[in-house]
Design a protein around this ligand. Sequence first.
Ligand SMILES: [Zn+2]
Ligand SMILES: [Zn+2]
Length: 265
Amino acid sequence: MNASVRLFDSHCHLDDEQFDGDRNTVITGLREAGVARVLTCGSDLASSRASLDLAQVYEDVYAAAGIHPHEAAKAGPDDLNAIASLLRQDKVVALGEIGLDFYYDFSPRDVQQELLNRQLDLALELSLPVVLHVREAHGAMLDLLRARAGSLPGGVLHCFSGSAESAMEYQELGFYISFAGSLTFKNASKLRLAAQAVRPERLLVETDSPYLAPVPYRGKRNDPGKVLDVARALADIRGQTLEDIAALTWDNANALFGLPGAPQA
Ligand SMILES: [Zn+2]
Ligand SMILES: [Zn+2]
C-alpha cells in the first residue's frame, strides 16, 4: 500500500464510459495506490445496475443505487421500483446519488424535490443511508431536510460545495460531509473554510471520478487513486497528518455504510 495509508473513496462512477478502456486495471490497482474501498454510485437505473455489477465482481467495490436530479424528469414509477429491488442486493450499501441541482436545472425543481422525497422515504424504509448531490440548492435542501426532521435517513453531502455555515447545519441534521478534488482548486477559499469547520467524526473524502480531477491533474480523467490527493489537501487545510485524515475518513465511511472496519486480506 502506498504511503502506508488506507483510504475509502466514498463517491465515484466506475461504470462511466471513460473507464471502458482500462476499468479492470484501474480497479485492481487501487490497493497499490492506498485505496482499499470505493463506493461507485448510480445516477439512473442503468448506471445503478452497472454499479451493482461491478460491486459483485470486485471485492473492494461497493455500490449505491438511485436517481440523480438530472434524470428526475425522465424517471417513471417503474424505475423507482427497480431501484428498490437493487437496493436489497448484497453490496448495495447506500441510496444515491439523489438530490437537488438548481445549477443545471435539467429537471423542473418541483419534480426534483418530489423524487428526492420519495427516495428519502425509500431509504428510511430500507434503513439505508443516502448520498446527496446538491448544487446551487443548499437553501432548498436544508428546508426540505428540516421539514422531515425526525424521519430522516443517515447520509452524506457528496462533493460538498456549500459554506461553512451550511456544513454546520447539515451536521446538526446528522449528515456527513464529503470533500472532493474541488478542495484543491485555486478559487476554493470558501470551501476550504467549510473543510476546517466540519467535525472530524463527520468528514469523508471522495473523487467523484472520472470527473473533478484534483490539481495538478485538473481537466484530465480522474480515478479513485487520486483520493490520496484529496486526503492530502484536506490534511493540509485542517493542519492534520495524512495518516490521521486517512484513518478517520476510513472509519467514518465504514460507519456510514454499515461495513466492518477492516477489509479481508
Ligand atoms: Zn453528484
Ligand atoms: Zn457523482
